[in-house]
Ligand binder design. Sequence first.
Ligand code: DI6
Ligand code: FE
Length: 408
Amino acid sequence: MKHLPNADGVWHSLRLADGGEANALAVQHGQIAWMGDIAALPAAFAALPRVDARHALATPGLVDCHTHLVYGGQRANEFAMRLAGASYEEVAKAGGGIVSSVSATRAASEDALYAQAAPRLQQLLADGVCAIEIKSGYGLALEHERKQLRVARRLGVDFGVTVRTTFLGAHALPPEYAGRRQDYIDLVCNEMLPALHAEGLVDAVDVFCERIAFSLAETEQVFKAAHALGLPVKLHAEQLSDMGGSALAARYGALSTDHIEHLSPTGIEAMRASGTVAVLLPGAYYTLRDTHLPPIAALRAAGVPMAVSTDHNPGTSPTLSLLLMANMACTMFRLTVPEALAGITSHAARALGLQDTHGVLAVGRPANFILWDLSEPAELVYWLAHQTPRTIVRQGRVAIDALGLLQP
Ligand code: DI6
Ligand code: FE
């Protein structure tokens, strides 16, 4: 990222999308060093270069808190099967689904996986994403899960973006373990997780808790292994049925439970009590033509923070636009505009344990912010997959300047 211009300077004549009063901010040494009224700029920052934001709307850098970005191949054939009437579960039972991505991921070298994932990441970044979670779970064997997580780490370094890695070894039962479920869970808990953690490749641990994947009891074994290593957990829960996964996750202090279309009142109460974030994934809901809405009104009433994410994956959510997901969360799930914006910024940061550094514009945080050529915050989620020009400051560097603010 050495070639990107440093964002150090006083960025003025901007409007905060959250309604805050400040019209300027100073970036120094890659951090937000001051925010306020430009008329009251402290002398300490007077010598910094000035950038006229020309009344652009400013938001924090966006946070995509649930993705499966690194995998081999694609699954358009399953899209066609579902169009012909097959359900997601039927496709999985017919040998498609996660396991077909596992074959393609195992067959790909680390460099090949990197080459496939990098353009996908670039699209997400172009939307304004400054922090992203990337899960493993298409390797399902130590060397292949390692490959995925190493690619995720490399992407973070090479693209100058915050990457949080999540180990999802319990995503599906690999074919070679058919009939030996407990042996596979033991492998995940006793070999894969400790080894990958020792290599510094794991920031959190996830399980696909579903009737086509892993049971509540199997999920709990993985959570225990994660906790023994001091790692936070999250969960794919209540997507196709109410298995009680969210309440279990909440008992383990989960950062988030994700999907939750079938979440029960008991699950909501457990999440409220543990401060667990509810991650909404409208791309998967849409792709699977789901009709069972997540319990938004009850989550709102309980004060459970709601995040919105792409769930980018080759099976159920082949999207690369977080803003489109925010739009769909409003249109399909009835989130308000402020809820959707919190969903792709502050609440998404919380779902990754990044609430102290990301998702909010505040003094002392790394400079991650986006300037948009939009007249009002609702425009951020109103446009349907329309890339309005934006200037992106990521990790203290100007990554994209489509507004041309740096031009003289
Ligand atoms: N996330 C997942 O892990 C599964 N669904 C989801 O939303 C399956 C992804 C896949 O089919 O590859
Ligand atoms: Fe997922």
